[in-house]
Design a binder for this molecule. Structure first.
Ligand code: FAD
Length: 324
């Protein structure tokens, strides 16, 4: 059986855990960059290595009636200088987006802002980005990382929200604690992006069965829709999207009171269909050189993506050997 075929018959959870494990191995990432085919598969999920390179993709989404949130890729930064440089990149991105008439909306990860160095370093960097956002009336979303970061992310988001209200945070339906976290964000008047969760979490803190994660998503989604404040439903799950639409219709919640969010390169058909029906659809558009861990999580969500990539690499290798 081919490697791609073996991946298909392995349990989804095992493949997911393996790929997320690999996402922490940056040396493998550096090796992967050398393969042109890997790079071409990466370009399905990552809009470019620089802002300049990502602008055409952002413009095309805008033309298609989609909104965007930009992720300047990076995470798990281990020096203050790197964290400050990451914050500078965000602060520089916001005015460029605004000037081009694109959404001045960014999504950031606190480990990129220096959370692992210390909360003070991280806070300082976040505040600098908020200042840049304030200049252009931009929006800053705090992505959620693995469960060890949930508390500090909520704490720092809440402080940021008090300083500048056009911010939001992410809640993951996979985590058992999320119901309480949703209530906390609602009490603070915050804007939630609800997602399932992209990390490989232990059973002590997270639901292990897809059916449980989906049921938790449905519960939290209905709580958010009924809350009266604006939130974002981030999923490509057509069944949950249909359920959200039916719930909103039944409860008289207008399509201007929430938005759907999806990832760049994933279910483009669904993105356009929903936008065509009058829903706000925001696409999460990552760019930057630090694409490796982000890309590995995208592979982990859908192991068929790995098969697709391996087949392409095998084809490329075949061509290379024939030409030698
Ligand atoms: C806008 C946005 C922001 C996010 N932010 C965060 C965050 O801050 N923290 C976090 O932990 N997670 C985040 N995620 C990721 C999220 O947690 C899930 O891992 C991811 O969205 C897959 O779950 P799903 O809801 O699409 O459902 P699934 O049940 O995983 O997928 C439903 C269907 O969507 C399609 N699909 C899903 N993923 C892919 C893929 N990678 N490639 C191809 N097709 C795919 C497939 O057709 C699949 O059958 C975010 C997701 C989105 C859309």
């Amino acid at each position: 059986m081919s490697v791609a075929g073996s991946i298909r018959v392995l349990p989804h959870r095992a493949v997911r855990g393996f790929l997320i494990g690999l996402s922490h191995r940056r040396s493998i990432g550096r090796a992967a960059v050398r393969s042109p085919v890997a790079r071409s598969v990466v370009s399905r999920f990552v809009a470019g290595e620089t802002l300049e390179a990502a602008l055409p993709a952002l413009g095309a989404l805008r033309q298609a009636g989609l909104r965007t949130s930009v992720d300047v890729l990076g995470e798990s930064v281990t020096s203050s200088d790197l964290a400050a440089a990451a914050a500078d990149r965000y602060a520089a991105t916001l005015p460029v987006l605004a000037k081009r008439g694109l959404d001045a909306n960014v999504s950031l990860k606190l480990t990129q802002m220096g959370l692992e160095i210390g909360p003070e370093v991280c806070r300082g960097n976040v505040m600098r980005i908020l200042d840049a956002a304030r200049q252009v009336d931009g929006f800053v979303r705090f992505d959620m990382e693995d469960h060890t970061r949930t508390d500090p992310t909520l704490d720092i988001w809440q402080e940021a929200h008090e300083a500048y209200p056009r911010t939001g945070v992410v809640i993951q339906s996979a985590l058992r604690r999320s119901e309480a976290d949703v209530e906390r964000v609602l009490a603070a008047g915050g804007n939630v992006r609800l997602c399932k969760g992209a990390y490989d979490e232990p059973g002590s803190v997270a639901f292990q069965e897809k059916r449980e994660v989906d049921a938790s998503y449905a519960r939290l989604m209905e709580r958010l829709l009924a809350s009266g404040t604006y939130h974002a439903l981030a999923t490509h799950d057509a069944r949950l999207i249909a359920r959200a639409r039916a719930f909103a219709e039944r409860e008289g919640i207008g399509s201007d009171r929430f938005e759907f969010q999806m990832l760049y390169g994933v279910r483009r058909d669904l993105q356009r269909m929903l936008a065509g029906r009058g829903y706000t659809v925001r696409v999460y558009v990552p760019f930057g050189r630090e694409w490796y861990p982000y890309f590995m999580r995208r592979l982990a969500e859908r192991p068929a993506n790995v098969g697709f990539m391996l087949k392409a690499i095998a084809r490329e290798e075949g061509r290379r050997l024939r030409h030698h």
